[in-house]
Write a protein that binds this ligand. Structure first.
Ligand SMILES: NC(=O)c1ccc[n+]([C@@H]2O[C@H](COP(=O)([O-])OP(=O)(O)OC[C@H]3O[C@@H](n4cnc5c(N)ncnc54)[C@H](OP(=O)(O)O)[C@@H]3O)[C@@H](O)[C@H]2O)c1
Length: 337
């Protein structure tokens, strides 16, 4: 089976390298810097084991994906419309697309824009590019994919291929709840990008954490109004996570150590985008909660403050200036205001 990957950055290179090392025929659409090192790509998993790319074909021309049986889409949400334009003339009507992107709408957009079926996938772990040819899995986790009946053969084969490549893959009938839960936990992405703080620093700061907790609580209310039940990726239900995060440091740093732990230098992907002078995925993260709350007439001050602050950072970048990150106290005051 030929597996295509649209947009090989952190996630796309990691999965593509592991699939090719497991003997799959993999074709990557990537930027020239990745294409140049495609035959040297390495993916280091959470246990430290390294997979090396084998026979992988890479190009920055979307023609490389013509006729693949399965295509994994791994671009940021803002690039989904361009992915649809590029894939529409190149995929057959039976081709299966799996979106491994964050956000609520990417798989739906791909499904509506392409002839064949597109299904939602979730990557629950973190991956970063650790050098030009190496990706590294930073946290433990698994892949979750929504059950898909329209392309049973391709679906079964890609799930098997991912498992052979070393991934734990759960197939679920409740992907909407899983995606909602992942989004709620991911709302810290915006808080980090608004403040410029690494993930651990933001989680250990009472003011930043209070804004994160308020973002989750607003999201829980918005999903409830929509009739969606977010599934927690942890053993603790999401509303309880929001209540825990809002408690003082003296309690949280002692009793909820696991919740506020990450590698000290790990940064949210939205912050990394700002630091690279790129537009962010914020419309599909905290922005998705703002939209949902608005549709149900619910107040959403915390997510609105986060989105507005990141829009200011993006506007600064557009003017050729560096983003002026706000400190957590100021961000919290913006929520109250
Ligand atoms: N990284 C993680 O740990 C993680 C975990 C879970 C979920 N996710 C989600 O997975 C998705 C991908 O994240 P990521 O971290 O892998 O992003 P990323 O590193 O930015 O990878 C996307 C890559 O696609 C490239 N690209 C975009 N359009 C292209 C085109 N037309 N042709 C060739 N290359 C193209 C981008 O290049 P340019 O940057 O030059 O545009 C970038 O290299 C996001 O939705 C993210 O939220 C990420």
């Amino acid at each position: 089976m030929q597996i295509g990957i649209f947009g090989a950055g952190a996630i796309g290179c990691f999965l593509g390298t592991r699939l090719s090392a497991a003997g799959e025929s993999v074709r990557l659409l990537a930027r020239p810097d990745v294409v140049a090192v495609a035959d040297q790509l390495e993916a280091v998993d959470h246990a430290g084991a390294t997979a090396r790319a084998k026979g992988l074909v890479a190009s920055d021309d979307p023609e490389v994906l013509r006729g693949v049986e399965v295509c994994l889409v791994t671009v940021k949400s803002q690039d989904t419309p361009a992915a649809i334009e590029a894939l529409r003339p190149r995929l057959g009507p039976d081709a299966l697309v799996v979106s491994f992107q964050n956000g609520l709408a990417n798989a739906k957009r791909l499904d509506a824009g392409l002839e064949g079926p597109a299904v939602q996938g979730i990557v629950t772990y973190n991956v970063y590019r650790d050098g030009p040819a190496r990706t590294r899995q930073a946290t433990m986790g698994k892949l979750v994919i929504g059950a898909e009946a329209r392309a049973p053969k391709a679906f079964g084969r890609v799930v098997d291929a991912l498992r052979r490549a070393g991934e734990r893959v759960d197939v679920t009938e409740h992907i909407e709840g899983e995606v909602a839960g992942k989004l709620l936990i991911n709302l810290n992405n915006g808080v980090c990008a608004a403040t410029g703080l690494p993930i651990t620093a933001a989680l250990r700061d009472r003011d930043a954490r209070t804004v994160f907790a308020a973002c989750i609580a607003e999201g829980v209310r918005a999903f409830r109004a929509e009739g969606v039940r977010p599934r927690s990726p942890y053993a603790i239900p999401i509303p309880a996570i929001a209540r825990l995060l809002a408690l003082p440091n003296a309690i949280v740093l002692r009793v909820a150590k696991g919740l506020v732990a990450a590698h000290p230098t790990a940064k949210s992907s939205t912050l990394q985008d700002l630091e690279r002078g790129r537009k962010t995925e914020i419309a599909d993260l905290n922005g998705a909660i703002v939209e949902l709350a608005r549709a149900h007439g619910l107040p959403c001050p915390a997510n609105t403050a986060v989105v507005d602050t990141i829009r200011e950072h993006e506007a600064a970048i557009d003017r050729g200036e560096a983003p002026r990150f706000v400190d957590p106290v100021t961000l919290r005051a913006r929520v109250r205001g």
